[in-house]
Design a protein around this ligand. Structure first.
Ligand code: SF4
Ligand code: SF4
Length: 278
């Protein structure tokens, strides 16, 4: 434990207690190198832990103890996101003569994997800088390990919780994190560190009267009546037969909604203190 605090203290000396500037610089470098646009926020580890499902609390504690020696109560979770390029979102569920243009839709499936990989590389670099560990964009699963949606729960610490608590986005009606600038067309990863970094506050929910995602998906529209709508969502994604278990119709609906239509070309100002890459 003392070693952890000693490591934290020396890192604080290196970075300055509240200075995230070098982390922002590294994130900017990574996103520029990859031709991506990103967002970064910081949440309190203790609050993130409290908000997780019990099975995910156990997982976070286990990894923290393995990687840091303990779960630092005043530590931080850095939430990073990369945005899908617009042409990728436009490729989702494009109607064709006999259904959907699946070749175009697979562009989204490929980019989904590419963003996950970019996030994992970026998160690993930031984790090294802050003496922490990265939680990958999506858990590594063995063939056949995911049969039902609930099988994901013990394998992954939710990125949605730190994303909401750090102001990277609010929880939309489609249950995804909705960023003020990029809507829900983002992928997320997290970095846990013992450093008490300056937090970025949560943002207000801005869905307003919009229900475009609910109109785009009967599963979402009926989520309160279904036993576990994520199960129905998973079955639908599998039925598409794309390279990854993805769909994205609710993401595209959000990007095309009145809330974001204009903002796809006229980005809003930064909300809530999060850091946006250029
Ligand atoms: S991913 Fe597709 S099936 Fe799942 S909630 Fe969104 S629109 Fe519905
Ligand atoms: S489509 Fe509209 S209601 Fe759904 S998450 Fe986006 S802004 Fe919110």
């Amino acid at each position: 434990m003392e070693a952890i605090y000693a490591q934290g203290a020396s890192l604080i000396q290196m970075f300055g207690r509240w200075d995230l500037g070098r982390v922002h610089e590294a994130f900017q470098e990574e996103s520029s190198r990859r031709g991506l646009r990103g967002v970064l926020g910081v949440a309190a580890l203790g609050l993130v832990y409290d908000a997780l499902l019990p099975v995910q609390k156990g997982l976070l504690r286990e990894i923290s103890e393995l990687r840091l020696g303990e779960m630092p109560s005043d530590g931080s979770v850095i939430c990073i996101a990369y945005a899908f390029p617009e042409h990728v979102i436009d490729a989702i569920a494009v109607e064709a003569e006999d259904g959907f243009d699946m070749e175009r839709w697979s562009v989204y499936a490929k980019e989904y994997e590419a963003l996950n990989s970019a996030l994992d590389g970026t998160a690993a670099r930031i984790a090294e800088m802050v003496g922490g560990f990265a939680i990958p964009a999506t858990p590594v699963v063995e063939e056949g390990e995911i049969v039902e949606a609930v099988d994901y729960y013990p394998l992954a610490v939710s990125h949605r919780v730190p994303a909401e608590q750090s102001g990277v986005g609010w929880r939309g009606r489609n249950e995804l994190v909705v960023n003020s600038r990029y809507g829900c067309a983002i992928r997320l990863a997290s970095i846990v560190t013992g450093l008490p970094l300056k937090r970025t506050p949560p943002v207000e929910e801005e869905c307003g009267d919009c229900r475009a995602c609910l109109d785009a998906c009967p599963i979402l529209d009926n989520k309160e009546r279904l036993e576990n709508y994520r199960e129905d969502c998973l079955r639908y994604m599998e039925s598409l037969g794309l390279d990854s278990r993805v769909c994205g119709k609710c993401i595209k609906a959000c990007a095309d909604s009145p809330v974001f239509r204009e903002n796809r070309t006229i980005p809003r100002e930064t909300a809530g203190g999060v850091y946006y890459t250029k």
